[in-house]
Design a protein around this ligand. Structure first.
Ligand SMILES: Cc1cc2nc3c(=O)[nH]c(=O)nc-3n(C[C@H](O)[C@H](O)[C@H](O)COP(=O)(O)OP(=O)(O)OC[C@H]3O[C@@H](n4cnc5c(N)ncnc54)[C@H](O)[C@@H]3O)c2cc1C
Length: 561
């Protein structure tokens, strides 16, 4: 990624075909798609990459089994096809996980779930993709092809083998099906990397405050650059608003009709992480009944068990969305009831909450009833807004926007993103030998780096091998290396300790209790300081700023009073 300084110069000196507002998965996708069709693109993000909803998802690339209940068949099918494509385009970053729906003891198996899973299987099949038989055969033969096995019923012993935490509950059977998981922030950073490779300029730390309009047409944006506090203007023929839950706050001075922009009704979802010592989730995810017909997930993620999520209307501050006490109790309650555990708040290793950009439909329905469908809006001045949708469907959302731009210009430029790999996958053996350097990183670290960075992991390992201090873990017992803080600042526009702990690595939500003091994050602050030219005082201030950020984000419920 360009350094921020180079990106600032590029966005202010050049004029672009497209400026995209918002550096979550949707904005990153639009930038990549538009750049791949020959547009010049600038992408501006107010805070940090994926700092909005795109770092706060359940980390699933999935069809969304529960949307079948609402008969959102189109949405589920579209998401299932995207899921399959993502495994193919980013095999290092999007991986299949077995999911279990267990039946405990004497309970009767719920046959409706079997029916739902049958539909899920059918919709996931490439037959449903609209491809010709020949195209399907060609795709199935390619080396990176992945198709999920059909769901099946397994016996209790196999269920326990996959999810050891089920052992005390005596499962008689379980439905087993497949969905996929990822690291949502890494997905965004990988898409941004591809966008930049295709010529887009990407810059975080710029808040768009106004739209430039000329003769009733949109002509660019003005914004404030966070480090200098200076105003900047970026001129562009097309402006795309991809600000998720903030989408209704970017408004041209005049709009003819309120229908030209969305009305967002945010809904908060909370997640917790706990140690495998407290809930041994093993290799599979588990669907956990949570009362009132709802269910939550227990997922294996980065060596922890991830529990989530909730779905409640939210009216609070959008810049820091804290997990609510009620939601934390609800998640722990459902988990403890189901697994027969007694995990208390003091055992939580991390927590986070995010808000879904749900589009108000005008009726009084609660958010749970509002579809996750994406919507495209166009103002009379030409600004395009895309919001709603899911992490999984980012590519379709981007396509929808860029198709519209191409169509209104009467150009011939079909979407290519279904064929563009996302990053370069690498296996551990690819960085076993770095040109004669003796790489000492343990297997878990190498696997972690390969998942996160693909081939670029060799660069991270090289830095760690050349400088011993960088080879140390950021948090004892976790595989993330201090070298990653340097990589974050040098190559990924990270500017704060929180950027490193919440979004470049995910330690803030995986090991929050070990990051409670300024001292514990000083090594990260020092590395950032050296790279970004901070003096001693600033380094200390930045380590303290982490504590404020951690408190505002509510990542450590055990530390709350
Ligand atoms: C609890 C929860 C769980 C979820 N789980 C899943 C899941 O498992 N799978 C799935 O597919 N989907 C999931 N989703 C949905 C998915 O996370 C979102 O649909 C997606 O991340 C939205 O991305 P976005 O880019 O549209 O918005 P965001 O990620 O919020 O990005 C918008 C960006 O715009 C920036 N911005 C705002 N205003 C300005 C401005 N004025 N100037 C510059 N930048 C600005 C923000 O800082 C932000 O980074 C989940 C959502 C939630 C809340």
């Amino acid at each position: 990624m360009l350094s921020r300084q180079d990106a600032i110069e590029a966005v202010t000196e050049e004029e672009f075909d497209v400026v995209v507002i918002g550096g979550g998965v949707t904005g990153a996708g639009v930038a990549m798609d538009a750049a791949s069709r020959g547009y010049t693109v600038a992408l501006l993000e107010r805070r940090d990459w994926a700092a909005g909803t795109s770092s706060r998802s359940s980390k699933m690339v999935h069809g969304g089994l529960r949307y079948l209940q609402n008969f959102d068949l189109g949405l589920v099918r579209e998401a299932l096809l995207e899921r399959q494509l993502m495994v193919q385009l980013a095999p290092h970053l999007v991986y299949p996980t077995p999911f279990l729906v267990p039946t405990l003891g004497e309970e009767k198996r719920d046959r409706r779930i079997g029916i739902g899973l049958n539909m899920y299987d059918v919709m996931a099949s490439v037959r449903a993709s609209g491809m010709t038989r020949r195209e399907r055969a060609a795709r199935a033969e390619s080396a990176d092809y992945w198709a999920p096995d059909r769901h099946r019923t397994i016996d209790g012993a196999e269920a326990i083998d996959l999810v050891p935490a089920l052992a005390p509950r005596d499962p008689s059977h379980a439905y087993l099906f497949y969905d996929c998981q990822t690291d949502d922030v890494r997905l965004v950073l990988t898409i941004l990397g591809e966008a930049e490779r295709l010529g887009a300029v990407t810059l975080n730390g710029v808040e768009v405050t106004d739209l430039l309009e000329e003769n009733g047409r949109i002509a660019g944006i003005t914004g404030i650059e966070a480090e200098s506090g200076e105003a900047i203007a970026v001129r562009a023929a097309n402006v795309v608003n991809a600000t998720g839950v903030w989408a209704d706050r970017i408004r041209p001075d005049e709009i003819h009709d309120e229908e030209e922009i969305p009305r967002i009704e945010p809904s908060r979802g909370t997640h917790l992480t706990v140690s495998h010592d407290d809930l041994e989730i093993g290799r599979a995810a588990c669907i956990v009944p949570a009362g009132g017909g709802r269910a939550i997930f227990a997922l294996p993620w980065y060596g922890r068990t991830l529990l989530g999520t909730t779905d409640r209307d939210y009216e609070g501050d959008l810049s820091h969305v804290e997990p609510s006490g009620d939601d934390i109790d609800y998640l722990l309650g459902a988990t403890n009831d189901f697994f027969g555990t007694s995990i208390g708040r003091d055992r939580i290793t991390g927590a986070y909450a995010g808000v879904r950009p749900l589009i108000a439909t005008g009726d009084e329905h609660k958010s749970v009833d509002i579809s996750r469908k994406a919507e495209l809006y166009e103002t009379s001045s030409g600004m395009l807004t895309i919001t709603g949708g899911k992490l999984t469907t980012w590519r379709r959302m981007a396509k929808q926007v860029v198709d519209r731009m191409v169509e209104r210009e009467g150009r011939e430029a079909p979407c290519r993103t279904a064929d563009l790999p996302l990053g370069m996958p690498a296996e551990e053996k690819d960085f076993a030998d770095l040109g004669g350097l003796d790489v000492k990183a343990p297997d878990e670290t190498r696997a972690n780096l390969g998942f996160r960075y693909g081939h670029f992991a060799s660069k991270v390992l090289r830095l760690a091998t050349e400088d011993e201090t960088l080879a140390r873990p950021i948090v004892d017992g976790q595989p993330d290396l201090l070298a990653e803080a340097l990589v974050a600042a040098r190559f990924e526009q990270a500017r704060s300790v929180a950027d490193v702990l919440l979004r470049r690595t995910r330690l803030g939500i995986l090991a929050a209790p070990q990051l409670r003091t300024a001292e514990s994050v000083m090594p990260v602050a020092r590395i950032l300081g050296k790279e970004l030219g901070w003096g001693k005082q600033r380094v200390r201030a930045e380590a303290n700023a982490w504590l404020d950020e951690a408190r505002a984000e509510g990542i450590d419920p055990a530390a709350r009073h």
